[in-house]
Design a protein around this ligand. Structure first.
Ligand code: PCA
Length: 336
């Protein structure tokens, strides 16, 4: 600022114009004029409701701050892939972004709580679990140098497979696409062979036979036209994993209190809108899978029983990692 003023002053001499220029420079230096641009990486398809919601949030912040903070969404893993986003935000390569929370189990077991089979299987219960786990989630993120802005669920998770599945034993040796450690473990417990694959790469994975099966929502199957490769979807309603939008704490602290308030207000609205959209679309996605020729229905009693026993194993294993803190969150949820 000083050097610009000085050089401007030198070329125009000590004129009245110099005085006006100095005033303009001082104004430009105040926070209201120091426009900031935040690139926001998103892992999922631009047309997915999570991405559309994030893009709306980004536009709303840009508008409400009069452009003082411009947020630009980059969907489809175009800026960073899903697996890179958390680290990018932590290290400040991206000031903000969206990540599937349960993919971060290596960072802290608490992040996996919304991928525990049959703990919370409806939107209402998923909301309760979110409220029960939020203080711990915020604390864990804070320790990692991150700020939670909002979180939105995926619809209930069901089993996709090329052939009919009547029991977990039908899954033996099947190439199973996993999206986090919990879904890898689920595959192992069924005798399937897990491979981690990003949602953005699913079409290719199924087309080339790298994957034959997965557990996911109707939403992701719809986004990837999964009916071109897979015939069956079983509505297991195993859990509702959430995506979260987080900011780098240093970037956050650089915003003045007024901007922070605007961002948090818009984040609250985005969270509400995202939950409403997810609820509204859950059945519609299932209808779309069926309308495109898939067999969509409930799991058989034996498949259900198999999933329940696998779920019990996974819950036990998770509690061994998450300890008393994890148990306390589950207790808080069950008391709600
Ligand atoms: N879709 C994401 C995560 C959960 C979901 O429903 C995916 O399959 O990658």
């Amino acid at each position: 600022m000083t050097s610009f003023h000085q050089s401007f002053g030198r070329s125009f001499g000590r004129s009245a114009l110099g005085g006006i220029a100095a005033a303009a420079v001082i104004l430009a230096g105040s926070t209201a004029w120091a426009a900031e641009k935040w690139d926001m990486p998103l892992a999922y398809a631009a047309s997915n409701y999570h991405s559309e919601n994030a893009a709306k949030f980004a536009e709303a912040v840009t508008k409400a701050t009069g452009g003082a903070l411009e947020i630009v969404a980059h969907p489809g893993g175009s800026l960073f892939k899903g697996g890179e986003i958390y680290r990018a935000i932590r290290t400040g390569q991206a000031p903000i972004g969206e990540r599937l929370i349960s993919a971060l189990g290596n960072e802290d077991p608490l992040f996996e709580i919304d991928a525990l089979p049959f703990l919370a299987t409806s939107f209402d219960d998923s909301w309760k679990l979110y409220q029960a786990s939020k203080p711990k989630l915020e604390e864990t993120l804070d320790k990692a140098g991150l700020v939670l802005l909002y979180a939105v669920p995926w619809p209930p998770q069901g089993l996709y497979n090329k052939t009919a599945v009547n029991a977990a034993s039908d899954m033996k040796g099947v190439k199973f696409r996993a999206y986090n450690a919990a879904t890898s473990r689920l595959a192992e417990l069924m005798g399937a062979v897990p491979t981690k694959i990003e949602a953005a790469e699913l079409t290719q994975a199924f087309a080339t036979g790298v994957a034959e099966s997965m557990i996911s929502s109707g939403s992701t199957g719809y986004d990837r036209k999964i009916w071109e490769h897979v015939k069956y979807w079983y509505d297991v309603q195993a859990w509702l994993p959430k995506n979260m939008v987080i900011a780098n704490k240093a970037a956050w602290n650089d915003l003045d209190a007024n901007l922070q308030k605007i961002v948090m207000d818009e984040a609250g609205k985005a969270e509400q809108a995202g939950w409403n959209k997810a609820r509204e679309l859950a059945d519609w996605y299932k209808e779309q899978l069926a309308a495109n020729g898939m067999e969509v229905g409930p799991p058989s009693d034996s498949l259900k029983a198999d999933f329940e026993s696998i779920g019990a194993t996974m819950t036990k294993e998770w509690l061994e990692k998450a300890g008393a803190e994890g148990q306390a969150v589950i207790d808080a949820y069950k008391a709600m």
